[in-house]
Design a protein around this ligand. Structure first.
Ligand SMILES: NC(=O)c1ccc[n+]([C@@H]2O[C@H](COP(=O)([O-])OP(=O)(O)OC[C@H]3O[C@@H](n4cnc5c(N)ncnc54)[C@H](OP(=O)(O)O)[C@@H]3O)[C@@H](O)[C@H]2O)c1
Length: 257
């Protein structure tokens, strides 16, 4: 099998992890385009050639556009390279968002939350791939299966729905941790006391029935406790509104009458 050649555009969270994991698997990116040279230090270990402009890009098998969603189309339209597949890594952009006049396009969406400080096991991450033709699909499959045992074909709707669900389970949960930390800080209570609870809640969510696993005052319809929590939140109207909203969701689900 011929050695695959890849390049990456971007130097943010996803670009960093793709560059790192591909390098680990022996597919060191040929070029990484980071428009901000301050990011070159982060990416230097993972690329032979760091560049700043799309016109410096050379043909290869695949270029990953791991950039902000709203930059994908404009960047792709600047690229015209022979036999080079352009893929974006977004959960919500259309499958043809990386289309350009001279190149085939596709999607390589890893469903995980990426930050430069964390190193999740890539082999456990589901990657959703899409391409407009069979040859590109095979290429994407080949590449994705080097990183993970969980390669899936998707379409735009499935990927968007998964991305939306991911916002609920990851981004919103994280925001709720921040909210709780913020609230406890105002009362000088350490957030760390909640760490075992956070771990157990996440483990329970993936190991047992979700509907049965729900606990708490709203699940029990414990009205006095609910009222006392709202009183504690009186000085925090935004947090109080979030508390009411999620409480209403749980009450409607378990106590609809
Ligand atoms: N983070 C996640 O958990 C995650 C997970 C799955 C998929 N994704 C998707 O992956 C993509 C990248 O997300 P991210 O979290 O890695 O974003 P990020 O950390 O904010 O990084 C975005 C990168 O894109 C670069 N960029 C933006 N506009 C550009 C342009 N016009 N030309 C060249 N470079 C440009 C930025 O450069 P500057 O620093 O110079 O602005 C930065 O290096 C998005 O489509 C996102 O939806 C993210």
């Amino acid at each position: 099998m011929k050695k695959l050649k890849i390049s990456i555009i971007g130097a943010g969270n996803v670009a960093f992890h793709l560059a790192r994991i591909f390098s680990q698997k022996g597919i060191r990116p040929v070029q990484i385009l980071a428009r901000n040279t301050a990011c070159h230090e982060d990416m230097k270990p993972y690329a032979s050639n760091l560049i700043t402009k799309t016109r410096e890009l050379e043909p290869c098998d695949i270029i990953f556009l791991a950039v902000n969603d709203d930059a994908v189309s404009a960047l792709a339209s600047q690229i015209r390279l022979k036999n080079t597949l352009l893929v974006h890594t977004s959960g919500s952009l259309a499958g043809d968002a990386a289309a350009s006049a001279g190149n085939k396009c596709g999607v390589f969406y890893p469903l995980q939350t990426f930050s430069k400080q964390r190193f999740p096991d890539f082999n456990e991450i589901p990657v959703f791939i899409q391409a407009e033709d069979q040859e590109s699909m095979i290429l994407l499959e080949q590449l994705a299966s080097k990183l993970t045992s969980h390669v899936h074909h998707s379409d735009d709707r499935m990927r968007k729905l998964l991305h939306l669900a991911a916002v609920f389970v990851s981004n919103f949960s994280h925001a709720l941790y921040l909210l709780a930390e913020d609230f406890l800080k105002t009362e000088s209570v350490p957030f760390e006391y909640l760490h075992p609870l956070i771990k157990e809640t996440a483990l329970k969510a993936i190991t047992s029935d979700l509907s049965q696993g729900q606990t708490g005052p709203a699940r029990r319809n414990d009205k006095e406790t609910l009222e006392s929590h709202l009183i504690l939140l009186e000085q925090h109207p935004e947090k109080q509104e979030i508390y009411r909203l999620i409480t209403r969701y749980i009450l409607n689900k378990y106590h609809p009458d």
